[in-house]
Write a protein of this length. Structure first.
Length: 352
């Protein structure tokens, strides 16, 4: 029996009502809801509405701030630093992208760094806020309270998966890159562990440093760790990327692991670039469009139907889901049901 599908607008309504009833003020409920559903539309199901129950629990327990604005720590025009005051990270990240684009329009490049944010969800979900305006955007995130990834050559966890996302406008669809410094994410590892699944390969090491495909090694005492991108062979590449992300987020934000924070959260780096301030907006799209087409036209390797661009499959999923409804990963609505009952929010309608 196929899983039910829900209109995207109805899922956004449901999530927004939940966050509004949980005490979030202003446009926060709508922005959070849209950001989480956007992740599901793009196929990032571990970072979409699956996160909503945990966020609602944090609001209930007082570990996420529901109201107010970030504190401006520094503002030099093209460079802004916020203290996020543990406000909802999805809302903060969306606001940071918008501000970075506004500053890029004025200065050519706009950078916003956020410290003390709550978790920001799926980085890819924010990219089109910038690419729709014609801007190149880079977003990075880390959590200074969590360590699940070892540096290359080590077996002690130091980093989070440290994702980095990039949105590149072209003369057609944007290129949407969303990668991590580790082979996989904590969200996927947790899902597999809960379901009794295994990684497709040796994506982790146990506490003794032995390669493992078992996500459960991350929760042993002492814990194992995820491997950086490149694994046991070329993990220095992911290790280098993690160092960059930690420096861009916690280093530039001036707050991070050295303070030994204990609460789930995020440090965030957002940078928007206006191509019009450089070689020209039309010229930029011409070059990126040519590059995109050259990649698609490349002869496929054996067993590959065609070369795809990053984000191409996600955008196709999004178009399909907007037309036919969103098929949520199993268990997501069940996990939200107790919060909906507690807050008096009607479940989503229109399942097909």
């Amino acid at each position: 029996m196929p899983s039910p599908r829900y209109p995207a607008a109805e899922l956004v309504r449901y999530a927004a009502d939940l966050f509004r009833a949980a005490g979030c003020d202003g446009d926060k409920p709508d922005v959070i809801a849209a950001g989480l559903v956007e992740a599901d539309l793009l196929g990032h199901t571990t970072h979409g509405l699956q996160l909503a129950p945990a966020y609602l629990a944090e609001l209930r327990d007082g570990t996420m701030t529901p109201t107010g604005a970030p504190e401006v720590v520094a503002d030099r025009g093209a460079a802004v630093t916020w203290d996020g005051r543990r406000l909802p990270g999805v809302w903060l990240a969306a606001a940071a992208v918008d501000l970075a684009c506004d500053r890029a329009a004025a200065h050519g490049v706009g950078t916003v760094v956020v410290r003390n944010s709550h978790h920001i969800g799926c980085l890819a979900a924010f990219l089109q806020r910038a690419t729709d305006r014609g801007f190149l955007v880079q977003i990075a995130s880390s959590d200074p309270a969590v360590a699940t990834v070892a540096p290359f050559g080590g077996r002690t966890p130091v980093f989070t998966p440290d994702p980095l996302a990039v949105g590149i406008p072209t003369d057609g669809d944007p290129i949407l890159i969303d990668v991590s410094a580790s082979i996989t994410t904590n969200g996927m590892a947790n899902r597999l562990a809960k379901e009794g699944g295994r990684f497709p390969g040796a994506w982790a090491i146990d506490a003794a440093g032995h390669p493992s495909d078992d996500p459960a090694v991350l929760s042993t005492k002492p814990p194992g760790t995820l491997l950086p991108v490149g694994g046991l062979d070329h993990g220095h590449k992911g290790y280098g990327l993690a160092l960059l992300v930690e420096a861009l987020t916690q280093g530039l934000g001036g707050a991070g692991r050295s303070a030994k924070p204990e609460r789930w959260g995020a440090s965030v780096f957002v940078q928007a670039t206006d191509p019009a301030a450089f070689g020209g907006a039309a010229e930029f799209r011409r070059e990126t469009g040519w590059l995109a087409e050259a990649c698609r036209a490349a002869a496929p390797a054996p067993g590959v139907e065609a070369v795809r661009l990053p984000g191409e499959r996600g955008l196709a999923r999004k178009r399909s889901a907007l037309a036919a409804g969103v098929e949520l990963y199993a268990g997501i609505l069940d996990a939200l049901a107790p919060h909906a009952a507690r807050l008096g929010v009607a479940p989503p309608a229109g399942a097909s």
